[in-house]
Design a protein around this ligand. Structure first.
Ligand code: ZN
Length: 322
């Protein structure tokens, strides 16, 4: 496979339909899923392209222009399905490579057994050449779509030895490609340890995005984490089982007041079948622009909301010079 000819220019955003200029990305859901299958969430699989198209099309009518689809390797990622969604709806889809936390890989899964070198090789191939069409180590041809962001994950209150290995592989993938790293935190824990590990491996904080920090809506802590230079990605609007949206609005307003509005990203993280309208559940992909963002605009103003959804996302997901 040729490595050089398909390399996008630096600071492009790589979507499943090809690289675009960062300013073309538009209003972005910075963390979501269109296809997912994991032993950690039995019975909550979703993998129907038609329902994904239906869901995204409805969200587009509410103003959504781009989705960062962060389903990683081994969790039911579907490159062809993502291309179908992007082609059919016109919404930009940025796909992920990389790996999740331990809970998503059963004993004996190749992701647990693989060396750092192999883990990194898969990441680099996904970013430079095209995504592997299935989750396994096969010689099947690569999909035409390339990944645009690297996912990683840590456990609750700890980074396991295997997660550390995958984070090191993530850093290698970043150094070779300039792709941003988005790290799943379990209930918002381990932020400092993740930043310490990745910066030790040569990643600058500005290329690190920490997901789910709003599961622990501790403003003082978030101000300290943001001061280290990373992006904080909040993705629980509408997840009323965790807490009311008013608390998330307070948290965002507090971060903006503290001068860290430029560090924030927003998504919905619909990681279960039951969260989608197209599968008979909720809140659905329309919730961000249809319900949460109007409330957020009233709290922090149109301009700041626009900056979070558009400018912050464009900056966070554009490739940096490797
Ligand atoms: Zn997620």
């Amino acid at each position: 496979m040729p490595l050089v000819s398909r390399q996008p220019p630096s600071d492009a955003v790589v979507t499943v339909l090809g690289p675009i200029a960062p300013e073309q990305l538009g209003v972005t859901d910075a963390h979501d899923h269109l296809f997912l299958r994991t032993p950690a969430l039995p019975g909550q699989e979703f993998d129907d392209p038609d329902r994904a198209i239906e869901e995204v099309d409805t969200a587009k009518r509410g103003g959504l222009q781009a989705i960062v689809e962060v389903t990683p390797i081994g969790c039911g990622r579907r490159p062809a399905g993502m291309r179908a969604v992007a082609e059919s709806t016109g919404v930009h889809v940025v796909a992920a490579t990389g790996y999740h936390r331990d809970a998503h890989y059963p004993q004996g899964h190749w992701v647990r057994e693989a060396s750092v070198e192999l883990l990194a090789k898969r990441i680099v191939t996904d970013l430079k050449e095209g995504m592997h069409p299935d989750d396994w180590l096969t010689e099947a041809p690569l999909d035409s779509a390339r990944a645009g962001v690297i996912k990683a994950g840590a456990s609750y209150q700890r980074i396991s030895a295997l997660e550390e290995r995958r984070l090191v592989a993530t850093a290698i993938g970043h150094r070779e490609t300039g792709a941003a790293i988005l790290v799943h935190t379990e209930i918002g824990t381990c932020a400092d340890a993740i930043i310490d590990l990745l910066t030790r491996e040569g990643v600058v904080p500005e290329r690190i995005i920490l997901a789910h920090l709003d599961r622990n809506p501790d403003l003082d802590l978030h101000v300290e984490v943001a001061a280290r230079g990373v992006s904080l990605e909040y993705d629980t609007p509408g997840r009323i089982k965790y807490r009311p949206d008013s608390q998330l609005l307070d948290l965002i307003a507090g971060m903006v007041d503290a001068g860290h509005g430029d560090r924030l990203l927003l998504g919905l993280d619909l990681g279960q079948r039951d969260y989608f309208r197209a599968y008979g559940g909720g809140p659905g992909l329309t919730y961000l622009m249809g319900t949460f963002v109007p409330r957020l605009r009233r709290r922090i103003g149109d301009q700041t909301v626009h900056a979070i959804l558009v400018a912050n996302a464009a900056r966070a997901f554009a490739l940096s010079r490797p």
